[in-house]
Design a protein around this ligand. Sequence first.
Ligand code: ADP
Ligand code: MG
Length: 680
Amino acid sequence: MTMPPDKPKSAPQKAMEKLGLVRDIDLALHLPLRYEDETRITPIAALQDNEPAQVEGVVVDCQIELRSRRQLLVRVKDESGALLLRFLHFYPSQQKQMAVGVRLRLRGEPRIGFFGREMVHPVVKVVDEGTPLAQALTPVYPASAQLPQAYLRKAVASGLARADLREILPAGVVPRGLPSLKDALTCLHHPPPSASLAALEDHSHPAWQRLKFEELLAQQLSQLQAQRERALLEAPALRPGPGGLHEQLLAALPFRLTGAQQRVAEEIAQDLARPRPMHRLLQGDVGSGKTVVAALAAAVAIDAGWQCALMAPTEILAEQHFRKLVGWLEPLGLQVAWITGSVKGKARQKMLDAAASGEARLVIGTHAVIEDKVRFAKLGLAIIDEQHRFGVAQRLALRNKLKAMDLEPHLLMMSATPIPRTLAMTYFADLDVSTIDELPPGRSPIVTKVFTESKRHDVVDKIRGAVADGAQVYWVCPLVEESEAVDLRNATETHAELSAALPGASVGLLHGRMSPGDKAAVMAQFSGGRMSVLVATTVIEVGVDVPNASLMVIEHAERFGLAQLHQLRGRVGRGAKASVCVLIYSPPLSDTGKARLKAMAETTDGFEIARRDLDIRGPGEFMGSRQSGAELLRFADLQEDAPLLVAARALAPRLLDAHPEAARRQVARWLGTKAEFLKA
Ligand code: ADP
Ligand code: MG
């Protein structure tokens, strides 16, 4: 098929496309950043210092002054007083335009000083006496260099006029006091002069509330639909037999499960026993022992004759799981396959064959496990560790892969970053949650200390002492290479420096640019206790488990996010040894930087950390890290709009049952293609 050639697009048209302003509805939903009030005229005498205003007056004097700097000075008068207009850049035509006797309408910020009132570079319009004023506040839209405000205003106004804004929702279901969608949008684009600017700006205005409600409702509907769709799917019912692998594994463990581990393992086992796919998140602070719970779930699936896949976000973490699970399961006669990006050639083919034939009952790896080429004979359970570290695209790929099977496998996600309640009600409404709220016994709490860069020498001295006493230390640096823009201490340099400062101690280096084989070799040395200090970049951030390590130093701690700092700190305090985490920062600290380090010093509770993180960053950013930057809610704010969220959550099932077609249109109008992402 040949397509007709497109008409060439103008620069503003292209700029609009870039902003996603394509359909009428996109334009109608492109809301003003702020408003200008051109609906009234302020008498010159009533002007307030620095308060933007519109005045109207007649020019009484207009001349170029050359004294200090060439500038155009125009004096205008109304009945109440005089105002000086000052133009530091101007065209000759402007001098003509503002000739004596001409009436001007001016908008700008007045300065009121010793010599009277003045405006620098006001917006100027030549008018006749009695020229009508604007009837509504003038919208100022998010624009760009290629997209002039005036062009955008026209485009939005016509988009708003054309867009189909008929009510989708049946009468009586929208919270009382909120306007219709059409009225709400008309008001937001062209508010009447009586509208409260403050309410428009802080989004508490009923018109805003209506928009937010619509969006939250669409989001709740799409979650609910996903949940109901899932409930129709069939999964294998996995029940462990007596004396099976599950029991053998429990008996072989070198420790007893904590109460919390037992409880969540039971919740998971109950899900697995049902012929409906499990969709469960296992959350528990770093070090709370999620891995063994995952292994028990895997044992249930394998016992029942199915395969299990376990995915981790990094090679190091996948490798560690692999070792741990091989250590637990191979003695029980199980074959475990290992698939990552770095397993290549014959070895890879062997693993692929083992997965496809069903011979490998457990397949562990990175996201390579969801690649097209990997086939499973009978996948019954998929486990994703540190699920928030996987991007949206990867989670979708996994879902699509799972969909292709006859029976839907069960899905268990694990995360050390607890989900705050409002997020649990929205993005994760379609998820059951199990929480490990207890750490294994015998852990001594981690003491966190914060030092400025100038105390770095003292820290090195402390480490020398600790290493002499047999301690193992992580030393975390933010970047691998010196970058021009940011003056970060280079991990390689730090490695050399610490090697020199700690003669006789084995100091290793681990960073993201090393080959997986080299990384594994270094990790093996450190976890085997043959290395005292491991200088590393954030490659060790998630999941690494070396119980004997008891000291963690994080350099340039101010450059890390709170969740990341907590994860890093979680690498110590895993054994009986009293552990210390030292945060070194280089001043000056920003306010949020200060708040983060303070939070770290004050608490080691992951739930508290997550709450503070949400406070510091706001839900938008908090989600950003989870959802790979995809901004999913445009209008609603989960924290502020909790009451609307509760209303939307209550309405969603009623609407879906009584008006399924309206529900479908609501989701399409508000989420469009994003609906897929919400399910990921
Ligand atoms: P995380 O929840 O951060 O993934 P891990 O599963 O890595 O935590 O467990 C942390 C450490 O605690 C591991 O060394 C693990 O073997 C150990 N562990 C797990 N459960 C228990 C328990 N009930 N008693 C003692 N140690 C445990
Ligand atoms: Mg873990």
